[in-house]
Design a protein around this ligand. Structure first.
Ligand code: C2O
Ligand code: CU
Ligand code: CU
Length: 492
C-alpha cells in the first residue's frame, strides 16, 4: 500500500510540476508575507461591517482593491466592500429574509453554509441568481450560536467567484451563548479572522485558476495587524481558502482555547497550542492576553511547514498549478499588538460552556459509504463513487428523520475537506484511531486525510422535498467545480 501511494504521490507531483500556467511571480515580492523576521509594513486588519435585524439586503458587485502599491486589482464583493462582504448577525429563532441582488455579468448563487434550512432556500447550484436579478429566500434561523458563512455555489463558477472575493461571515446568536461570560464585542474583543490566499498575475490580476495563493489575505488584508486589549479575546476563524489547510498557533507557542466548532459551542473549552483548520471549517478560540505586557506583540501563525503529504499546501512546489510561495512554510496570519484593557474585560477562560446532546453510533437508522474516486485517464481528477456531479442525478436519498452514519473513504491521492449541506454532524470515528478534541463538537465540514476514512453521524430532520436536493462535496472549490460533488434528497 505504501508503495502504491508513493507512486501516485510521485505522479501527482510530476503532474503538478508540468502543468505550469502563465503566472510569473509578481513584481511585488517585497510585500510577501512568508518571513516574520524581515521588517514588514503592516496594514490594519479590515473588520467587515455588520448587518443585523431580520431583513438583509446583499448585492454582489464587481469591485476593486489595492493589494499592491501603484496597482488596482479587480475583485468581487458584497455591498460595496473591496473584497469579501459584510458580516450578517442573526438571532436563533428569527424568521429572516435575505435579498441577494446579482450585479455581476454572470449567474451566481448564494449559499448559507452550515444552515439547517429547506433545500430551496439553501442557495446551492440549483438556486441560480441570473445577472441583474434578485433572489429572496426566507427561513427560520434554527442553528446554534456559532460562526457560519455565505458564498457563491454555482457549479463550475464557485472557484472563480470565491477567488474574486465573494463571501461573508454569518454570526448566529442565541440565549445559551449570551448567558456565558465570553467576549462578544465585535471588532474589539470578538474578532472575525477569515483566512485565504491569492495568486496574482504580473499585472496583479487575481489568478483564479490555481489552487494556492502566494499572498495571504486575512479578511482581505495583506500583512494584517490588529491592536487587541490586554484581556481574553475571541477569534472567529474561517478557512475560506480554495485548497490550503492551516495549522494554526501563536508565535510563543502559548496555549489557547477552542470554544466552538462549525455548528456551535463545545461542552468545555479545549486547550491546544496548534489546531488544524481545513477549507470551509470554522473554529472560535479564546486567546488570553491578560498577562501580556502593554505594547508587546506576537503573531498568530500558520505552522504549515513539514505537514503530512496530502494536507493542502504541503506541496513543496513554489510555482505551477499546485505551487505557491506559501507552500510548506510557516507564515504569520495576523500580527497582534497588545493594547490597553477596555471596559468590562473578560479576564478568565470559562471552565464550562454548553451541554450538547450527542449522537452515538447506536442511534443510527441507516448507514452509507462514499469513496473518493477519480484519476482515471480522461476522467475527472476527483469524484465520489465514480460519478461526477450532474444536475439531473440524485446520488443519495435519505428518509426524513433518519439518523445516518456516513463513512467517507479516501484511498485516493490527496486529502480533502468534506462538507454536507442541511445538517450538523458529529464525527464518530476516524480510521487513524482518534477524533480530535478540537473537532468534538457539531460539524458540517471535516478533514479527510489521504489514506484514511472518517465516519460521521447526523439526523436529517425538519425539511423534506421530492424536488429540491441538498449537496455534499469536497469544499476545495476547484475539486467541487471539477465534479467532486453529489446531491441528496431528504424525502417524506
Ligand atoms: Cu460552503 Cu456546499 O458549501
Ligand atoms: Cu454548505
Ligand atoms: Cu477535494
Amino acid at each position: 500500500m505504501k508503495l502504491y501511494f508513493g507512486i501516485f504521490g510521485l505522479i501527482f507531483f510530476v503532474f503538478s510540476c508540468t502543468k505550469e500556467i502563465v503566472t510569473t511571480p509578481t513584481s511585488n515580492t517585497s510585500a510577501g508575507n512568508t518571513n516574520s523576521n524581515t521588517s514588514i509594513t503592516y496594514s490594519n486588519l479590515w473588520i467587515p461591517p455588520t448587518l443585523s435585524g431580520t431583513t438583509f439586503n446583499l448585492s454582489l458587485d464587481k469591485s476593486t482593491k489595492q493589494f499592491f502599491s501603484g496597482s488596482i486589482t479587480n475583485t468581487y464583493a458584497y455591498n460595496g466592500a473591496n473584497f469579501w462582504g459584510p458580516t450578517l448577525i442573526m438571532n436563533k429563532g428569527d424568521q429572516v429574509q435575505i435579498n441577494v441582488k446579482n450585479n455581476l455579468n454572470e449567474t451566481t448563487t448564494s449559499h448559507w453554509h452550515g444552515f439547517h434550512i429547506p433545500a430551496e432556500m439553501d442557495g446551492g447550484p440549483h438556486q441560480e441568481i441570473l445577472a441583474g436579478t434578485t433572489w429572496s429566500p426566507n427561513f427560520k434561523v434554527m442553528n446554534n450560536a456559532a460562526t457560519y458563512w455565505y458564498h457563491p455555489h454555482l457549479h463550475e463558477l464557485t472557484a472563480k467567484q470565491v477567488s474574486m472575493g465573494a463571501g461573508g461571515l454569518i454570526i448566529i446568536k442565541d440565549p445559551e451563548e449570551a448567558a456565558l461570560a465570553l467576549p462578544r464585542t465585535y471588532g474589539v474583543d470578538d474578532i472575525p479572522v477569515v483566512l485565504t490566499s491569492r495568486k496574482f498575475t504580473s499585472t496583479n490580476v487575481i489568478d483564479f485558476s490555481t489552487a494556492y495563493g502566494d499572498y495571504l489575505l486575512t479578511n482581505g488584508t495583506l500583512n494584517a495587524q490588529i491592536s487587541l486589549p490586554k484581556q481574553v479575546v475571541r477569534f472567529r476563524i474561517l478557512n475560506a481558502e480554495i485548497e490550503r489547510g492551516y495549522n494554526l498557533g501563536f508565535s510563543d507557542n502559548r496555549t489557547f482555547y477552542i470554544i466552538a466548532n462549525d455548528g456551535g459551542l463545545l461542552d468545555n473549552p479545549v486547550p491546544v497550542t496548534r489546531v488544524p483548520l481545513v477549507v470551509g471549517e470554522r473554529i472560535e478560540i479564546l486567546l488570553d492576553l491578560s498577562n501580556d505586557a502593554l505594547g508587546s506583540s506576537l503573531d498568530f501563525k500558520a505552522y504549515n511547514a513539514n505537514l503530512p503529504q496530502g494536507f493542502g499546501g504541503s506541496e513543496p512546489a513554489q510555482s505551477g498549478q499546485f505551487g505557491s510561495l506559501l507552500n510548506n512554510k510557516d507564515f504569520p496570519v495576523l500580527h497582534i499588538n497588545v493594547a490597553a484593557t477596555n471596559t468590562s474585560p473578560m479576564l478568565a477562560i470559562p471552565s464550562t460552556l454548553v451541554k450538547n446532546t450527542t449522537l452515538a453510533a447506536t442511534d443510527a437508522t441507516n448507514s452509507r459509504m462514499l469513496m473518493v474516486t477519480g484519476g482515471q485517464p480522461n476522467g475527472p481528477a476527483f469524484s465520489f463513487n465514480n460519478s461526477t456531479f450532474n444536475h439531473q442525478t440524485i446520488n443519495q436519498t435519505v428518509k426524513l428523520n433518519a439518523v445516518e452514519k456516513w463513512t467517507i473513504m479516501n484511498n485516493n491521492v490527496f486529502g480533502h475537506s468534506f462538507h454536507i449541506h442541511d445538517v450538523q454532524f458529529k464525527i464518530l470515528s476516524r480510521s487513524s484511531g482518534s477524533v480530535g478534541l478540537h473537532e468534538s463538537g457539531w460539524k458540517d465540514t471535516v478533514y479527510l486525510p489521504v489514506g484514511q476514512s472518517v465516519t460521521i453521524i447526523a439526523k436529517f430532520d425538519d425539511f423534506a422535498s421530492d424536488k429540491y436536493p441538498f449537496m455534499y462535496h469536497c469544499h476545495f472549490a476547484n475539486h467541487e467545480d471539477g465534479g467532486m460533488m453529489g446531491q441528496f434528497l431528504v424525502v417524506p
